[in-house]
Design a protein around this ligand. Structure first.
Ligand SMILES: Nc1ncnc2c1ncn2[C@@H]1O[C@H](COP(=O)(O)OP(=O)(O)OP(=O)(O)O)[C@@H](O)[C@H]1O
Ligand SMILES: [Mg+2]
Length: 271
């Protein structure tokens, strides 16, 4: 029985984050702070695809940056593999919304970068990089420069680049937010295909309900400031998911209802 229990990879324990407000900001004077996160508890399992979903400004990026070790919590702590997160780790890769490619390097050069840092011999790293470019369907684009690529292609290079170092965890902060709707759907499909092959632990931030229902094993729904996890919604549907299917639509409704809880209609509405 014990063997079937998923292993906890990331444990978030009572994490709070206060951001200092500039003196006089919003008329609040000095020494005031904004509570971005409050008492966030969350367990993320090994190999799980977890989405953090919530409206703009609810603290998703703040939490992701704390998990990735870029920021420290004001209270509470985060454990990964049982150890407290103190700083970024080379096996835990973050993909940001802005395409984080090295503009002076070719597509192949970008994917090779992490392997070069790890002193992997040239032949081996080029072979690995080509393999990953094939995985993200960019064979043939090895010699192109980032400026010559479309947004979707750039994000696929970013995915290949992050997989090159064989990461333990991928932290993704609205990585497809800047893409047009069709490219975004295609990227989501590719990400699921890659995840099914590689089974990395993925923590994926989004404010898009459909994206979360399509991608996630579980969706952690945030409330607005201070950011708390309001509900965790498991998505039991298999993959790939049919976006038009009955189960999908029902789940969407459920997530929407969870997100809308606590929403206050403007007072004028009732007058
Ligand atoms: N470095 C910072 N200094 C001060 N305040 C910050 C800082 N980073 C974030 N905040 C504040 O913390 C709150 C949460 O921000 P965060 O970026 O985590 O939200 P988010 O959920 O990622 O929003 P979005 O969906 O728009 O990206 C916001 O009110 C924001 O203004
Ligand atoms: Mg954000």
């Amino acid at each position: 029985m014990q063997e079937n229990k998923p292993r906890v990879k990331i444990k978030v324990c009572a994490v709070g984050k206060k951001w200092p407000l500039a003196a006089g900001e919003q008329g609040l004077g000095e020494n005031k702070s904004l509570a971005a996160l409050e008492a966030v508890d969350l367990e993320i399992y090994e190999g799980e695809f977890l989405c953090l979903l919530g409206p703009s400004g609810c603290g998703k990026t703040t939490l992701l940056n704390i998990l990735a070790g870029f920021e420290r919590p004001s209270s509470g702590h985060v454990l990964i593999d049982g150890e407290a997160v103190q700083k970024p780790h080379p096996k835990r890769i973050t993909i940001f919304q802005e395409y984080a490619l090295l503009p002076w390097r070719s597509v192949l050069g970008n994917v090779e970068f992490g392997l070069e840092m790890a002193r992997v011999p040239k032949k081996e790293r080029q072979g690995k990089a080509r393999e990953l470019l094939e995985l993200v369907e960019l064979t043939g684009a090895e010699g192109m420069m980032p400026r010559e690529l479309s947004g979707g292609m750039r994000q696929r290079v970013a995915v290949a680049r992050s997989l090159a170092v064989d990461p333990d965890i991928l932290f993704m902060d609205e990585p497809f937010g800047a893409l047009d709707a069709l490219t975004r759907i295609r990227m989501e499909e590719e990400l699921v295909r890659i995840w099914l092959q590689k089974k990395k632990t993925i923590v994926f931030v989004t404010h898009d309900i459909d994206e979360a229902v399509y991608l996630a094993d579980r969706i952690a729904v945030f409330s607005v400031l201070p950011g708390r996890i309001r509900e965790i919604i498991p998505v039991a549907a298999g993959r790939p998911r049919d976006r038009t299917g009955y189960d999908f639509v029902r789940l969407r409704e459920k997530v929407f209802a969870s997100l809308s809880l606590g929403y206050k209609e403007p007072v004028e509405y009732y007058l």
